[in-house]
Design a binder for this molecule. Structure first.
Ligand SMILES: [Zn+2]
Length: 414
């Protein structure tokens, strides 16, 4: 996975974690999923109806909160421009403790298209459709073929879409009377070759237009030896050929063959992601145990190496949750930037008191540590990779190394 999509996945995940912690004191938190195909005027008219019905709510507090949330949504919708993937609003009076609530709105632009319009009012936000997207946000190219038919499609998340269906004019194995066997065989081979070429062109049209940062690879299905013959020939564009993940036995070559292919490859798909992460962690551990000096771990050491441009790959745990906080004493005698871990939903950070004069410290700025480190990495052309905590080395990264390690370009002695 590329740095860009990996970082935005991290951001998206963090946002969902925050939303998950928010609770209403009654049934008063509204989740509104709007696909790009939905008319905003239809949405506003539904919200107005809900507003009217909310007047029947018995509890005055809940009633006021629901109507307040609906009014806030209605005014936001007046200026909304719905992006290509749709938009989601989470609005409501969130319980902030001490018998208080706070009217909050979070707007999410999803990484995959919203399929279904939803209006949902509950004591928690409705997050399932977005959580599904987090699980499978990748794109794979799908190609099934035999000598008579081929279908080209994409697997986006869990969704399979067929884009092209081709049929051939390759004659069957039985020749007609009057043709010489040799001539017949020659024509047949030419027709097969032509058909494979057309399949390759269709694959280029579909696969090369996918944003390559999201494109994980290509799966090819069909009977043997046809798919092997196609794959070993020079029919696929070299950029696509490099991305072939495997060949799988599949009986159908129409649209239903695409789902057959995805089923046949499902184990392989689950492994690919994990393999990439495992390999990276293995490389880190190899550097660590060797005397190359080309590894660093812990925030302080990694930061120093980042600053001097010595980091080749910055490796961050998906479990890392921390902020960089800039502090300043109101008496002007002390300034510092510190790192503070946080749990999702943490609202306030106490600044503490000045170590010089014991006066009050002010918070000047709070930045997510991943944003801050990524920006540093950017300036130094450092690659950034995120590692899940779902496997041994991944949870070791979080628990034993504080979630931040690096592979260095050279030994810096830092
Ligand atoms: Zn002070």
């Amino acid at each position: 996975m590329s740095e860009q999509s990996s970082h935005s996945k991290y951001e998206f995940k963090k946002k969902l974690e925050e939303l998950r912690t928010k609770k209403g004191r009654g049934t008063e938190l509204i989740s509104l999923y709007i696909p790009s195909t939905k008319q905003i005027s239809d949405v506003t008219s539904q919200l107005r109806t809900e507003h009217g019905q909310a007047s029947n709510i018995k509890s005055k507090v809940t009633r006021d909160n629901v109507q307040g949330a609906l009014e806030s949504l209605l005014s936001r919708l007046r200026y909304v421009e719905v992006p290509e993937n749709g938009i989601v609003f989470f609005t409501g009076a969130v319980d902030i403790g001490a018998n208080k609530t706070n009217m909050e709105t979070t707007i999410v632009e999803p990484p995959q298209p919203i399929v279904t319009y939803r209006y949902h009012c509950d004591s928690a936000f409705f997050l399932e459709p977005l959580e599904e997207m987090l699980k499978d946000a990748k794109t794979y190219g799908l190609l099934v073929l035999d000598r008579r038919e081929a279908t080209v499609g994409l697997l986006v998340g869990k969704h399979i879409e067929s884009y092209r269906n081709l049929t051939s004019s390759v004659p069957g194995k039985q020749r007609k009377g009057g043709q010489s066997a040799h001539r017949f065989q020659q024509l047949r081979l030419i027709a097969i070759h032509e058909f494979y070429k057309r399949i390759g062109e269709a694959a280029s049209e579909v696969f090369l237009t996918v944003d390559h940062k999201d494109f994980e690879g290509v799966l090819i299905g069909g009977p043997s030896p046809t798919k092997e013959e196609f794959d070993s020939g020079d029919f696929l564009h070299h950029e696509i050929e490099k991305k072939v993940l495997g060949l799988f036995d599949v009986a159908y070559t129409d649209e239903s063959g695409l789902s057959e292919l995805v089923n046949a490859a499902s184990e392989r798909l689950a492994d690919i992601d994990l393999m990439v992460e495992k390999k990276l962690m293995q490389r880190f551990f190899e550097e660590l145990v060797s005397d190359s000096g080309k590894s660093a771990y812990g925030e302080k050491q990694v930061r120093e190496n980042l600053n001097i441009g010595a980091v080749e790959i910055l490796i961050i745990s998906e479990g890392l949750r921390a902020e960089r906080i800039s502090l300043k004493c109101s008496n002007g005698d002390y300034e510092d930037t510190v790192t503070k871990n946080f749990k999702p939903g943490d609202q306030d950070v106490s600044a503490g008191s000045c170590p010089v004069c014991n006066g009050n410290l002010e918070i000047l700025e709070r930045v997510d540590i991943v944003d801050e480190l990524s920006e540093l990495a950017d300036q130094m052309a450092t690659q950034v990779e995120f590692i899940s905590t779902d496997f041994d080395e991944g949870s070791q990264l979080m628990n034993a190394f504080g979630g931040i390690v690096a592979i260095l370009r050279f030994n810096t002695g830092v």
